[in-house]
Design a protein around this ligand. Sequence first.
Ligand code: CCH
Length: 292
Amino acid sequence: QAAKVKANFVPTKEDYQKVYKRIAEIIDDAGDYDDGSYGPVLLRLAWHSSGTYDKETNTGGSNYATMRFEPESKHGANAGLDVARNLMEKVHEEFPWISYGDLWTLAGVAAVQEMGGPKIPWRPGRIDGVAAQATPDGRLPDASQGADHVRNIFYRMGFNDQEIVALIGAHALGRCHRDRSGYEGPWTFAPTTVTNDFYRLLFDEKWVWKNWDGPKQLEDKKTRSLMMLPTDYVLVQDKTFKKFAKAYADNEDLWRQDFAKALATLFELGVPTQQFVSSEPWLLPTVDELNS
Ligand code: CCH
């Protein structure tokens, strides 16, 4: 693969912007897939490639893109992310100089920004690693568990309670797939638009356990068309989590700011600072901004 990259080629910010633009086209070109956008599944790929980080051992995170290799690609939590990886493989064929860690996190940034979210500060510098750098199974959260588990997982990455609550608001986007996680359904009525609806619905709707043969999940009593995972529901059961969730339900701008900050941190987990090509992260323009 490296042979395809011209010797001495040093990509500029404009080159990364071209990759962003290509990703944005793919996000929109989803046809009948899910709700008509690849944005949510690309964001999930970026998160799962970063969320393996352990601050004690400084292992995992987005640096080496080890989800390319088995067994990490086969870890239960990553079921269905082959869809996102295959989409990004096509982009990589076109731009073979970009590392997979940069490509996947840039796709997460593009997904959020193109679906109407806040600007996510981002900069390149991740390098392709090898299978031996992959982390063991079990580093990503298990949706069937409670507040202690959620804290253990996210504290291990270095996040606090406020950041945990801000990050999980990403569940305004996308849906659960029976054949991937076992869970089923979307969290909001607008799963391809970045909103604080996840928090608003948590407070405004009455949530009841779904009566079915699948894993324990909640549904909204009124329409029975929306869902919450047990881990989502702890955000209104745990006192500290609830305080932040309420603040985000009441103030969308506050959430957008906190979400952008925490997501930028998440995407840089495990990347040695000296690897970044720029001392400050960039704010990349959206496709709409480029065209206007
Ligand atoms: Fe998530 N998430 N997530 N999640 N997630 C699922 C789907 C998405 C948990 C479990 C699940 C974050 C935190 C958590 C997205 C972004 C983020 C699914 C369904 C499960 C289960 C997968 C399927 O069936 O396809 C748990 C547990 C936690 C924390 O406790 C964080 C943090 C983020 C990003 C910042 C997105 C987006 C999706 C939708 C994917 C799609 O394909 O539509």
